[in-house]
Write a protein that binds this ligand. Structure first.
Ligand code: GDP
Length: 434
C-alpha cells in the first residue's frame, strides 16, 4: 500500500489531521522514553484505496534543535513515503518555518499536497491564498479538529496513487517458479496443475506474450502462477537458453510476491542458480527453495541434511528461505507447496505492533549490550515497522555510525526468533535521532 507522510512545522496540527485520517484504525503504541507522542503510523482507507500513514511528528525525540528536527522529519518522509502532505496553519498564516519545510520538499519528485489546517469556519477560507507562495500548488483548507475538508484533501491524495493501489481486492497469491533451464520447472508446473482436485483457469496476458495461470486448491485458496505459458506447453515459448531464462525470471520476480526457486538435486548447485536467487532476494520477495528430482538420487539417512547444509552454505543470503525436497516425476511433496506459498506470503505481509516490537528490541539489548566506540555507546531509542512485503523496520538510534553490521544482524535474529518471518527477507533501516 502507498505510504503517506505528514510533515510540517510544530503545532500546525499534524497529529490531529493524522488521527482524523486514520479514524479508529489507528495504531496506538506505548509511550517510550523521549518520544513525545504516542502514535507513529496507521493504516487508512479512502474510496477504494488502502494506504499507510507516517506521522513524522510522532518521532520527535529528546530536545533536538527545531531545524534539525524538522529536517529529520522531512528526510524520513522523503525516504519512506510515496506522497507527502505538508501541513500549515491558516490561523497563524504563512511563517518562515513553513518556507523552510517547503524548501526541503522542492528537491523531491514525489507528489506533495498542501493542507491548510485550522480553517475552522468558512470566512477563514479567504486567508488560504497566501500559501500559494509556497509553490506547492493548490492549498486545501481543512479543520483537523472539526473534521472539515478532509474529504477533498483525501481525494487529492489518492489521485496521486498508482492505479494498482486500488486493485488490491484480488485475494489470489501471486507466485512464480524460477530456476535455470532443465531443473524441472515445467514439470513442477504441470504436476501441480495436473492434480485432479486443482481447478485451473488461464489468464490471458494483455500486453505481453505471457499467460499467468490461476488455480484454486481443494482448501479454497486461490493462487496465480505467474508466467507459466511456456512452461505448460513445454519448450515452445519458453526457450531453454540461459540469457532468456534469466530475463524471464527477472520479469516473473517483478510480478510475484512469492518465488519458488528450483534447484536440481541431480545436477547440483551452479553459479547461475545463485544469480537467479540473488535477483529474487534483492527484489525483497518471499522465497522458497525447491530441490527437484529428489527421486533421481541415491539416498541414505543424511543425504537430505547434507544437501540442506550445502544450500545454506551456497546461498547464505537466503537463510530465511525454507527448503523442500520434491520430485515432479513421482509427485513427492508437491502437495505441500501451495500451503507453504500461503504461509510465506502471510509472513511477507506481516505487521508487528510497535509496543511488541519494542519489547523484543529492548529485551535483546538487555541480554547483549549495544556496541560502543571510543567510549560512545550506541543507544537504541525506538523501532517501528514502516512497511510490508517485505517487512521493513526503522530503528532510531543516537548515531548510525555506532551500529555495526553484526549488531544489526543480532537484532534481526531476535526479531525473527520472536515472530515467524520464515520465507521472507526483512529490512532494517537505521536512523539517527538526536
Ligand atoms: P525446465 O527447463 O526447468 O522447465 O525443466 P523441465 O521441466 O523441462 O525438465 C527438464 C528435464 O528434467 C526433463 O527431461 C524432465 O523429464 C526431467 N525432470 C523434471 N523433473 C524431474 C524429477 O522430479 N525427477 C526426474 N528424475 N526428472 C525430472
Amino acid at each position: 500500500a502507498p505510504i503517506v507522510a505528514i510533515v510540517g512545522r510544530p503545532n500546525v496540527g499534524k497529529s490531529t489531521i493524522f488521527n482524523r485520517m486514520a479514524g479508529e484504525r489507528i495504531a496506538i503504541v506505548e509511550d517510550m522514553p523521549g518520544v513525545t507522542r504516542d502514535r507513529l503510523y496507521a493504516s487508512a482507507e479512502w474510496l477504494n484505496y488502502d494506504f499507510r500513514m507516517i506521522d513524522t511528528g510522532g518521532i520527535e525525540i529528546g530536545d533536538a534543535p527545531f531545524l534539525a528536527e524538522i529536517r529529520g522529519q522531512v528526510e524520513l518522509a522523503l525516504d519512506e513515503a510515496d506522497l507527502i502532505v505538508m501541513v500549515v496553519s491558516g490561523r497563524e498564516g504563512l511563517t518562515e518555518a513553513d518556507e523552510v519545510v517547503a524548501k526541503m520538499l522542492y528537491k523531491t519528485d514525489k507528489p506533495v499536497v498542501l493542507a491548510v489546517n485550522k480553517v475552522d469556519n468558512p470566512e477563514m477560507r479567504n486567508d488560504i491564498y497566501d500559501f500559494y507562495a509556497l509553490g506547492l500548488g493548490d492549498p486545501f483548507p481543512v479543520s483537523g479538529s472539526h473534521g472539515i475538508g478532509l474529504g477533498d484533501l483525501l481525494d487529492e491524495v489518492v489521485k496521486h496513487f498508482p492505479d494498482e493501489a486500488a486493485e488490491q481486492e484480488d485475494e489470489a497469491i501471486r507466485f512464480s517458479i524460477i530456476g535455470r533451464p532443465n531443473v524441472g520447472k515445467s514439470s513442477i508446473v504441470n504436476a501441480m496443475l495436473g492434480e485432479k482436485r486443482v481447478i485451473v483457469s488461464d489468464i490471458e496476458g494483455t500486453t505481453r506474450d505471457a499467460i499467468d495461470t490461476r488455480f484454486v486448491t481443494p482448501d479454497g485458496d486461490e493462487f496465480v502462477m505467474v508466467d507459466t505459458a511456456g512452461m505448460r506447453k513445454r519448450g515452445k515459448i519458453y526457450e531453454n537458453t540461459e540469457k532468456y531464462s534469466v530475463m524471464r525470471a527477472m520479469k516473473a520476480i517483478d510480478d510475484s510476491n512469492v518465488i519458488l526457486m528450483v534447484l536440481d538435486a541431480e545436477a547440483g548447485i551452479r553459479e547461475q542458480d545463485k544469480h537467479v536467487a540473488g535477483f529474487a532476494h534483492d527484489a525483497g520477495r518471499a522465497m522458497i527453495i525447491v530441490v527437484n528430482k529428489w527421486d533421481a538420487i541415491e539416498k541414505d539417512d543424511h543425504t537430505m541434511s547434507d544437501f540442506e547444509n550445502l544450500i545454506r552454505d551456497e546461498f547464505k543470503f537466503l537463510d530465511y528461505a525454507p527448503i523442500v525436497f520434491v520430485s515432479a516425476k513421482t509427485g513427492q511433496r508437491l502437495d505441500r507447496l501451495p500451503q507453504l506459498v500461503k504461509d510465506v506470503d502471510d509472513n511477507h505481509r506481516k505487521r508487528i505492533g510497535s509496543s511488541t516490537l519494542n519489547d523484543v528490541i529492548m529485551d535483546a539489548i538487555a541480554i547483549n549490550p549495544t556496541p560502543s566506540d571510543n567510549g560512545r555507546r550506541l543507544r537504541v531509542y525506538y523501532a517501528t515497522q514502516v512497511a510490508v512485503q517485505p517487512p521493513t523496520f526503522v530503528i532510531f538510534v543516537n548515531d548510525v555510525e555506532l551500529m555495526h553490521f553484526s549488531y544489526e544482524r543480532f537484532l534481526e535474529n531476535k526479531i525473527r526468533e520472536a515472530f515467524d518471518f520464515t520465507g521472507t527477507p526483512i529490512k532494517l533501516i537505521v536512523r539517527a535521532r538526536k
